[in-house]
Design a protein around this ligand. Sequence first.
Ligand SMILES: [Cu+2]
Length: 195
Amino acid sequence: MSAVRTGTLAALVAACAVLGLATPAAAHNVLVSSEPEDGVSLDSSPEAVTLTFDQAVQDSDINQIAVTGPDGEQWVDAPPDVDGNEVSVPLGELGPAGEYVIGYYVLSADGHPVGDEIPFTLTAGEAGTPAAGDPAAEDAGDDGADERENAPGEDPEGAAEDGDSGVGIWVWLVGAGGLLVIGVALALRLGRATG
Ligand SMILES: [Cu+2]
């Protein structure tokens, strides 16, 4: 009985953590503002991404800020720096004009991870090099035209969804969240049956 209840509680806590559900006692961090702003158009690369939350962010290894370009390349090559309510990463010159998406995933003051995506548009192309370690960047020795042909599985429409840094986390979270909901439901039924 008590083991079942403990298990149920643990599952509920885990579900809250993974799904980011708000609890009355302690709300998780909410994004107050970002630099660049959501949806802004810029004619040159921002020097950094800075996210400001309503309360302090925990300095954790899970903290991540990614910037995915119009062709799916990654443009952040450094871990985020936490300073109170702010999390930031430096940015170098970006690449082609088009839509870039900032994806973040940070640990709230209350222990829950929160994340979202913030798009912005670069209106004029720049000459930057994508971050090392990205599959699309390994072909970057060639010139731009060859690079596009050689990149495996790359297509201009869907490339932003294929990036292996930010997007993978969301897929995992949705999957894990679904499993946890099922687990909690089973645990609750089990608890009633034995109690
Ligand atoms: Cu929370």
